[in-house]
Design a protein around this ligand. Sequence first.
Ligand code: G3P
Ligand code: MG
Length: 251
Amino acid sequence: MNKKSVNPFSCPSPLIAHRGASALAPENTLAAFRKAHAIGAKWVEFDVMLAACGEAVVMHDETLDRTTNGSGRVIDYPYSILKTFDAGSWFDPVFSSEKIPTLAEVLMLLCELNLGANIEIKPAEGIEEDTVKKVLSVLDQHWCGNNQPLLISSFSRTVLETVRQYSATHHLGFLMHDWEPDWQTFCDALNCVAVDISHPVLSAERVREVKATHRLLLSYTVDDPVIARRLFDWGVDAVFSNCSPGMAVFL
Ligand code: G3P
Ligand code: MG
């Protein structure tokens, strides 16, 4: 985007519920997205990868061990098995009925709740193209159209390039855990509307550099209101937050 560009993606709110309201309910479960809605979030971030059968599932880690009572790699199980695992008790036994949701289930819930989405694609290595094709196909079938904002993001350049290869219209966000000096060339080539950056690597100068390109600047993961205020003062548009109680002021 250049100096005359108008960003076609409008930021619904300065707070994006990260993996749903993941300080208040188990991350990336339907309960976490319902909780985000209940506390007043306007949009949510979540992570997507493929199960062994090719189903797109909403899950952060490549392995089941931290957030479910299963063990091993997500990609090694068909969804018929993944859906039998308890994805809530690790957080609190009251959530023991939570399952790993499919992307379709999450999209349908967000449409019902009128929430926007930031879909972060986290492919297993080597199946980037299959993952992107599946995500785009589920979006075609289950996303509710233009009513709510939809951003597709990834740390994987291959993923973003593949989304753009198959879709000229989806809004893209480039995730950077470290500052990547060629970010602008990459984002220009794909017409990314957003850059999503880990907050410790940001500075006022870097924020100015990104904002000069008229892109949204989103920063993760922020649960300290003092840090959030500093980022907003620099010009950051929104922060990914687990929605710890102190962050409610930004909802
Ligand atoms: O999209 C922001 C953030 O979710 C990226 O990191 O590891 O929490 O998915 P991670
Ligand atoms: Mg994520």
